[in-house]
Design a protein around this ligand. Structure first.
Ligand code: SAH
Ligand code: SF4
Length: 356
């Protein structure tokens, strides 16, 4: 069977094609010029192109469904080669700026939220991805391919950088090896050239893997899905907390190498009457003491049959105000597009339901 060339880091590709500079050229074709076939790679010898074609495919996932939200974010259901599906989201961060003559003076900025697994083993009580259980890890090429497919669908030039967040379906640190390869492929200077500082890995708190990720020194940013400040509640929401409690996570975070100018992000899913009180905010302030942190409050996004409710705007604002007043950087993620299936797993779930 042919291998997907998107699975290979440039170093790995250099083992396959000689001399090594050919790997750079192939990378440039795929990632900077958007080549879809080896035939197009006209600066490679004909024989090499034929050989590559016999050995490799350039396989990106198939777009099965798109939901566009009023705020501009777009959620994709993507089909993988074996028929499984994952979700990715394109989030416009800043619109393009034009001068009086209509020339673009600043390019639009985008973030792509990618999935790292089909399903997830962690089993958080609030998360729809968890409901379907775990199916399999994504390969590095399947992670990278999500970005290629979405950029192409939105006519974002192949050489334009986007930010990456590993916040789609799955637990990235449960698939660390492939995710680390994806980080390298994304950041390669001859490819998409997306610096690791533009890539954020979000985890439910696999403490030993946070340590391992730190030791890999990839330079990526870290986001912790905290969601609760005491172990009893966190355990109810996230069973993983039994294995690695809040203190274990905080210890791993304290040791994590982080760029001087950057911060560790703590995601806090606000759930009505569960964790939206000021007592929790107070405890959070204490917990983050001495850590270069920023908090991102996320509205819980309900789905049919979900055991929790969306919090009131007032309680989220109050929570945010408390953190800000106590010197903690805090943003609120307007559940990007309430009018689309915003949280991870929701588009996939809906499609499965349609298929029945
Ligand atoms: N497994 C990793 C990354 C993927 S989940 C992690 O848990 O960090 C990405 C984010 O989506 C997490 O912060 C998760 O809490 C959030 N999420 C899950 N279900 C949600 C829901 N129903 N509404 C809003 N956010 C949700
Ligand atoms: Fe997995 Fe993250 Fe969903 Fe928890 S929130 S079940 S870790 S994808």
């Amino acid at each position: 069977m042919k291998k997907n060339i998107l699975d290979l880091t440039r170093e790995e590709l250099e083992q396959e094609v000689k001399p090594a500079f050919r790997a750079k050229q192939i990378y440039q074709w795929i990632y900077q010029k958007g080549a879809k076939s080896f035939e197009e790679m006209t600066n490679l010898p004909k024989a090499m192109r034929t050989e590559l074609d016999e050995k490799f495919t350039i396989a990106t996932p198939k777009i099965l469904k798109v939901e566009q939200s009023r705020d501009g974010s777009k959620k994709y259901l993507l089909g993988l080669a074996d028929g499984h599906t994952v979700e990715s989201v394109l989030l416009p961060m800043k619109p393009e700026v034009r001068d009086n003559e209509g020339n673009i003076v600043k390019e639009a900025k985008y973030t792509v939220c990618v999935s790292s697994q089909v399903g997830c083993k962690v089993g958080c009580a609030f998360c729809l991805t968890a409901k379907g259980g775990f199916v399999r890890n994504l390969t590095p090429g399947e992670i990278v391919g999500q970005v290629l497919a979405i950029k192409e669908d939105n006519h974002i030039p192949a050489n334009r950088r986007v930010n990456i967040v590993y916040m789609g379906m799955g637990e990235p640190l449960d698939n660390l090896e492939n995710v680390a390869k994806a980080v390298k492929i994304f950041s390669d200077d001859h490819g998409l050239s997306i610096s690791p500082r533009r890539q954020t890995i979000s985890t439910s708190g696999l403490a030993p893997k946070i340590k391992k990720l730190g030791e890999m020194n990839l330079g990526v940013l870290l986001a912790i899905s905290l969601h609760a400040v005491d172990d009893v509640l966190r355990q109810q929401l996230m069973p993983i907390n039994k294995a690695y409690n809040i203190e274990a996570i905080m210890q791993a975070v304290r040791q994590f190498p982080i760029d001087q100018r950057k911060r560790v992000m703590f995601e806090y899913l606000v759930i009505k009457d569960v964790n939206d009180d000021l007592k929790a905010a107070k405890k959070l302030v204490k917990l983050l003491h001495g850590i270069k942190a920023k908090v991102n409050l996320i509205y819980f996004n309900p789905y049919p049959g979900s055991p929790f409710e969306r919090p009131d705007e007032e309680s989220v604002k109050r929570f945010q105000r408390y953190l800000l007043d106590h010197g903690i950087l805090c943003t609120v993620r307007e559940s990007k597009g309430l009018d689309i299936s915003a949280a991870c797993g929701q588009l996939r779930e809906k499609s499965n339901a349609c298929a029945i």
